[in-house]
Design a binder for this molecule. Structure first.
Ligand SMILES: [Zn+2]
Length: 293
């Protein structure tokens, strides 16, 4: 059985705007069923959604047992107003608004919370991010409050400084985690947090119209290099492809992810990888589930 530890059931792997438009007035059940069927046919038995702003993943969670999928979701992702994240969730501008979002997640019986701690990659400029980062002190408060309500935290987080702040705050999983440096890797290895590097999502930009092929390749290669180091240091890694995002269809997202993870001549790495993935995937499955009475 495969684990999709980071997917978006509401997106179709082709066009975000069309995907959002499809569910705008009410959730399009046919589209959700088609995505769930693709997931099932891919042999995926566990699916952790990364959120959406339209209630699609909450709806998908109700249907998922029909497809033998253990499906968990935060419902919506949470971002600070003016920062990256509106495409997959809701925003807060004050701490009390953040608390309201936590309460809303609880009311909807969200399985965990997803928070955006950084912007997204600029695929035309290596090392650069689009969208401002959150301050480390705020990251700490956000994670503490979520943990206080019994939620594990899935964090969208790129850039070494942000990743360091997220790990220091006790974030349970680092999503994407591009531009992780050695310092982050050693923190990760002693933290118990799981890293979901979403290599397939970066690979989707290699050769995409309007993007520099060399830069996208370099970003993918640097992420693979960091993953190799992480695995050899004993870090927990999970398979998550960002399925639904551009170039990552639900039907083969995890297979693509595994292909990029396994791409290495180093046998010691390849062997250690399987152990790291098995522990990482289990940790995600065990920890990202709020216990409601
Ligand atoms: Zn995502």
């Amino acid at each position: 059985m495969f684990f999709e530890c980071h997917g978006h059931i509401f997106m179709d792997g082709k066009d975000y705007k069309q995907s959002a438009a499809r569910h705008k007035n009410e959730v399009d059940e046919n589209a959700v069923r088609a995505a769930l069927l693709a997931v099932k046919e891919a042999g995926i038995g566990y699916f952790r959604d990364g959120g959406d702003a339209l209630g699609v993943s909450f709806f998908a969670r109700e249907l998922a047992p029909e497809y033998d999928i253990d499906y968990v979701t935060p419902g919506f992702a949470i971002h600070k107003k003016g920062h990256y994240g509106s495409i997959v969730g809701h925003s807060f501008s004050s701490f009390s608004e953040y608390r309201e979002l936590l309460a809303r997640a609880e009311l909807k019986r969200a399985d965990f919370v997803k928070i955006m701690f950084s912007g997204i990659l600029d695929f035309n400029r290596f090392g650069c991010l689009e969208g401002g980062p959150l301050e480390p002190s705020l990251i700490k408060e956000l994670v503490a409050a979520a943990h206080g309500e019994g939620f594990a935290v899935m964090a969208h987080c790129n850039g070494a400084a942000q990743i360091r702040a997220a790990l220091e705050a006790g974030t349970d999983s680092i999503e994407h985690g591009y531009y992780m440096d050695d310092d982050c890797l050693s923190m990760l290895s002693s933290s118990g947090s799981v890293w979901v590097p979403t290599l397939a999502a970066a690979a989707g930009f290699v050769g995409r119209d309007g993007y520099c092929v060399d830069t996208a390749r370099r970003i993918l290669a640097s992420q693979q290099e960091a993953v190799r180091k992480a695995v050899l240091m004993g870090c927990l890694i999970a398979t998550g492809s960002d399925a639904g995002a551009f170039g990552v269809p639900h039907k083969n997202g995890v297979l693509l992810e595994l292909r990029y993870l396994r791409e290495s001549e180093d046998e010691r790495y390849v062997r250690a990888l399987e152990e790291s993935l098995s522990r990482g995937n289990s940790a995600i499955r065990n920890n990202f589930r709020h216990k409601y009475d």
